[in-house]
Write a protein that binds this ligand. Structure first.
Ligand code: IPE
Ligand code: IPE
Ligand code: MG
Length: 247
């Protein structure tokens, strides 16, 4: 969905490329998978912090279509970690009012992992405080292509609106703020379609070190931005004045 609220102090939808786990581990002479484990702890902290600040949707990049090309032991470590995290985290997420969605291609995942994802979604389906989209086996190009293929299969015209509705993230508005940790300044095939008007924030912190203070820094930068959506500064100021209550 493409509607985006006007500027607000706290972003409604935050998307995060959780990058830097491998470097975090390597700097400590640990195997890379130890960094990914620490990354799960950081995600748990981030979910709590976002919910506490009034964020309604959090979308995180956990495993990209391209991450299959990593060494086999890292890939299998990540699959095991996902299965373990599901077992451990879902009861607390359920209690905290978090609704889980897994976004990405299910084909290619083992039956056990796929069943775990479906169970976690069902277990939290009644929750409304925060939607947590975990992008796993996800790529922005995959999403655009699968949406186009679905429309073609139904014989529907390929319009912007129809594509938007066929995307894997059609259940939420576009991200207001996209954060990437780990110092790289690129999108790496994350939400290519949905980030058209997202504010971008790049942090040098490695994902396991991305704490509440770092999140607040990103939110402060966001609050100071002027989002114009193609209009002029003057138009935005005028719209803000006419929308504010008369005294
Ligand atoms: C991000 O951390 C997590 C995944 C891609 C699964 P990385 O593993 O990419 O960490 P760096 O970038 O190598 O430090
Ligand atoms: C993006 O990080 C994917 C995830 C965080 C899951 P990568 O580490 O895979 O991205 P590149 O390779 O540095 O672009
Ligand atoms: Mg990386």
């Amino acid at each position: 969905m493409t509607q985006t609220p006007a500027n607000q102090a706290v972003p409604h939808h935050v998307a995060i490329v959780m990058d830097g786990n491998g470097r975090w581990a390597t700097r400590r002479f640990l195997p890379r998978v130890a960094g990914h484990k620490q990354g799960v702890d950081s995600l748990r902290r981030c979910v709590k912090a976002c919910a506490a600040r009034g964020v309604k949707v959090l979308t995180v990049f956990a495993f990209s279509s391209e991450n299959w090309n990593r060494p086999a032991d890292e890939v299998s470590g990540l699959m095991d970690l996902l299965a373990m995290a599901l077992g451990r985290e879902v009861p607390q997420l359920k209690a905290d009012g978090v609704r889980l969605h897994f976004v990405g291609e299910r084909r290619g995942l083992s039956d056990k992992v796929a069943a775990g994802l479906a169970q976690a979604e069902a277990a939290t389906a009644q929750n409304e405080r925060l939607i947590l989209n975990v992008c796993f086996n996800y790529g922005g190009r995959w999403d655009i292509a699968q949406a186009a293929a679905a429309l073609a299969a139904r014989g529907e015209p390929i319009t912007e609106l129809a594509l938007d509705r066929a995307m894997a993230l059609a259940h939420v508005p576009d991200p207001d703020l996209m954060i990437r940790t780990g110092g790289e300044q690129r999108i790496s095939n994350f939400l290519l379609w949905q980030c058209a008007y997202s504010e971008l924030f790049f942090s040098d912190r490695l994902w396991p070190d991305f704490d509440e203070a770092a999140l607040d820094e990103a939110f402060a930068a966001y609050a100071a931005r002027e989002r114009r959506f193609g209009k002029t500064s003057e138009q935005m100021a005028q719209a803000a004045t006419s929308a504010s209550p008369k005294v």
